[in-house]
Design a protein around this ligand. Sequence first.
Ligand code: ACM
Length: 760
Amino acid sequence: MRIPCFAGPILGLGLALALSSVAADEIAIVPNPASIERQEGPPFAFRTSAVVVAAPGDRDAQSAALMLGAMIERQHGIKTVVQKNIPQPHAIMLSRANPALPSEGYRIEVKPEKVTIFASGPAGFFYGSVTLVQMIDKRTIPAVTIDDAPRFRWRGLMLDSARHYQSPAFVKKLIDAMAMNKLNVLHWHLTDDQAWRLEIKKYPKLTSVGAWRVPAGQAPRKDIDPKTGKPRLYGGFYTQAQVREIVAYAAQRAITIVPEIEMPGHATAAIAAYPWLSAIADPPRAVPADWGIYPHAYNLDDKTFRFLEDVLDEVFALFPSPYIHVGGDEVEKSQWKASAAGQARMKAMGTEDPEKLQAYFTERIAKYVASKKRRLVGWDEVLEPGLPKHAVVMSWRGIDGALKAAAQGHDTILAAHPTLYFDSRTSGRPDEPPGRGTVISMKDVYAFEPMPEKLSPLERRHVLGLQGQVWTEHVRTEERVAHMTFPRSAAVAELGWSNPGRRQWRDFLRRVSAQFPRYEAMGFPVADSGFAARATVVPAEAGSQSVELANGFNYGEIRYTLDGSEPTAKSPRYEIPVKVAPGVVLRATTFDGERRISNPRTLATDPAHATRRASQQLKLCSEHIALSLEDDAPLNGPRAAFLVDIQNPCWIYEGADLANVKGITASVGQVPFNYQIGELVKQIHFPKPATPEGELEVRLGCDGDVIARLPLAPAASHMGVTTLPTASIAPRTGRVNLCMRFSQPALEPFWVLDTIELAR
Ligand code: ACM
């Protein structure tokens, strides 16, 4: 039997790598520059300090010189002096003497006696500096000439700060990681049903009310705040001063922050703060904690439009971005249909179709945005007849929105679900943090082509670029945002920047893994899931097991120890399956030569391990709404994550060997069912329970006989994960597919399988 069962470190810890330098003959830049030409001769070597020089009248070059100096000092510990433009021997010069370079392009010439970064503007100087800093190795820079410029002008990442809040300090770290890979747009999703995160001076309740909620679930409901005597509120918001600082921080790194203020749907938090914004008489008065699509939309009366314009005025003042995102996705029209303003508007438009109202709404807002010399960006639902030509369409429902938008003469950005949705798990490993159940590996992202083939040459000009999105319903912590965004966003950076003809997966793996120490130095724990070792345990002769090691990307060398110590580049290299006695602790780490490119993983080879499966190692019976969900308890400390299809909670243990198995045990959890999924909720069915609390049913195949029932009573009053008593089974032989479902009297508590184990 093959048993995948490699336990990882605590979720979200990321890499703890020592900062190691990249060998000079191994230039490792992501995104891959357009051209790197090695030159004859010795490298440029720093003397006691690095001298960076820019012309006195050139403010772009001057500020780039200061940034470059700071990067050299911080990343390489080389003292730096920034000077005005007096001819300097042995200096790094920032020069505009090559004016034909495109605005983000740069040229680097490294000669033994001098380094020059040529650019025509601030972004080019910054990108040249980023590349240069990444080539420094042991106080030298190899003699090269680099010519570089991006393929697309929009290389983005969307951060959802509404569903979960991230601190300003973390947002800056994310900006640092983006800058390192020449990503240039941070699309900041600041408002949604579950929170409003941006201070608006004219409407203070947007944040005093709208930024706070009681999280879903039993544990948060029981977590009473002594100050109020009520459940503690979760949340936070960004003051205007913080936003200005973050916007300036991003601008110094050639990143534009495009704010998103969602309208007309995904508006519940604002409506809870100011109920008169609602199209219905009795809207929610508190910010809700369900995920999914709420029916609440902004009203269509003039007072509500004035509110939205007031909000946008403050947004324009805070964000110099030429683009302003106003959402527009997933708008439920039922409340408009029933409202006086909606009825009046439909009458004026001569329609009875409330779907038509979205076009009216978008056009009105687009006109306002245009009157302030900005361009509206919306999710692809905004693409309706009458959308002003200057509006930009963000294609999220696959690439169809982009195809239609470009055909109609709109600029468009590829933000395509599922490949560019970075709330999906990065791997199927059991140590993967929660997220959408679908696995989108970095390899899947790297294979995405941002220029849809179907577009004509003329239409192609409308593709501004692409971006990854990190929605955060299931990404609760900052560490996990880091894990979900990078290194997948490094793949986005390469797709958006580099010549597609030079795309090469294994070379990308070499270069991207060389970035890991750089992210680590930023305190930004990226995902090593595709590089980390995973184990398959194969029973060998009596009393021992044989362990096969591999990793997701099939890259690098896996080295291991059997004494519990941490593997080094000198530890035995895995080549053939390793025989281990039960109880031995095997640790394995992936290296690329001397470079460690994954965290160590630990495998405890106790006999129970061989037949235990976590939910992530089971097959889901269906994948209607597959999610890896986090427990809501304990409030502090590690929590379990459960892989489940919430529309059909049912798991299959494939090929279970029942020889000598005397019983079945399982650990189970309960998660809040906090999903606005409309009518779909009626399609969730459970087998009839035999006891008041219900049972976990184990069948021989999903349509076969029940072979074990594990009563849920011991878990009913226990938050967190409970191990149920073993249920005996009749002796059997052979391999079967075991199918597990919960029989339960109601939707809540919503039971989920944590692990299942065959007891011998
Ligand atoms: C979206 O995922 N609703 C844009």
